[in-house]
Write a protein that binds this ligand. Structure first.
Ligand code: GLN
Length: 278
């Protein structure tokens, strides 16, 4: 099988399986299994795969045909220019979430103490620490499987984060300059309509925001003032249709300087707020 034939056959099979970007994914699987760069592929499309490469490619293709996410097959996802290990215990880092990190970096300074709730793979916590060395970061998650993954990522990136198993603030002590979170925010009723990759292979616990999707924002709005310093910031990822409901919850709890930031697609994606100084 040549490189071009591999992409062609891969794309056709994935297309048939209903994979949204079949050709792109076929190409990624080839790149990953055969270690060929895009420029090599374009220059030598008729080069043959070795037997070993072909076997690995076809095995990976068979997994992707079952709608297993690409990143569960390759085991990693890039986020903020860093590589994160992932498995089915954590949400695959989304590009949209980079906006949350960028907004948080506007406040975070060396010497500050920050908290990342529902840390999952640790992608938010660890990229904040990477881009703001000298800050002190704590990550919390209720899921032991997620914390295990976050620990692996922390050690692999060589960053000094502390990780705690905690139901939001349950095991958290002290006060923080900044609290960030990408909590589960999909309304339970919308989960059956998610893409198959997400619905059947990503952890439901990381997605399900209960009946109206706002369960965790209600708790964050109520509980975070106790853990924020006066003037401290809260930065949250939100769903595209939560740009009014989440700010309203924060207003009710006395936050000020509430701002909604849109992502590259023009959708409401991040809410920032300040705990008012008294
Ligand atoms: N944005 C994620 C998705 O598309 C949901 C993330 C979350 O619930 N925090 O599935």
């Amino acid at each position: 099988m040549t490189l071009r034939e591999a992409v062609g056959e891969g794309a056709a099979r994935l297309e048939k399986a209903g994979v949204p970007e079949a050709e792109l994914d076929a190409w990624y699987l080839l790149e990953w299994t055969a270690g060929v760069s895009r420029s090599h592929y374009l220059a030598y499309p008729t080069e043959a795969l070795t037997e070993e490469q072909e076997r690995r490619f076809l095995d990976a293709l068979a997994l992707r045909e079952q709608r297993i996410p690409l990143q569960h097959i390759t085991g990693e996802q890039e986020f903020m220019g860093l590589s994160f290990l992932v498995n089915d215990q954590v949400l695959v880092p989304r590009q949209d979430t980079e906006l949350l990190v960028e907004e948080a970096l506007k406040y975070l300074k060396p010497g500050m103490r920050f908290l990342d709730l529902c840390t999952g793979s640790g992608c938010i916590l660890l990229s904040l620490l990477h881009y703001c060395p000298g800050a002190e970061g704590i990550g919390a998650d209720l899921s032991p499987g997620a914390l295990e993954m976050a620990e692996k990522n922390r050690d692999r990136l060589g960053l000094p984060a502390r990780l705690v198993q905690s139901d939001l603030f349950e095991k958290i002590e002290g006060s923080f300059d900044l609290i960030v979170s990408n909590p589960p925010y999909i309304p339970s009723g919308a989960i059956p309509g998610l893409m198959e990759e997400v619905r059947t292979h990503e952890p439901l616990m990381a997605l399900d925001g209960h009946e109206d999707g706002l369960y965790f924002y209600r708790r964050l709005a109520k509980e975070s003032p106790r853990y924020l310093k006066d003037g401290g910031r809260l930065c949250l990822e939100i769903g595209f249709d939560q740009g009014e409901s989440v700010p309203a919850l924060l207003r009710d709890e006395g936050f000020d300087e509430i701002e909604v930031v849109r992502d590259l697609a023009g959708l409401d994606r991040v809410v920032k707020a300040r705990k008012s100084r008294r």
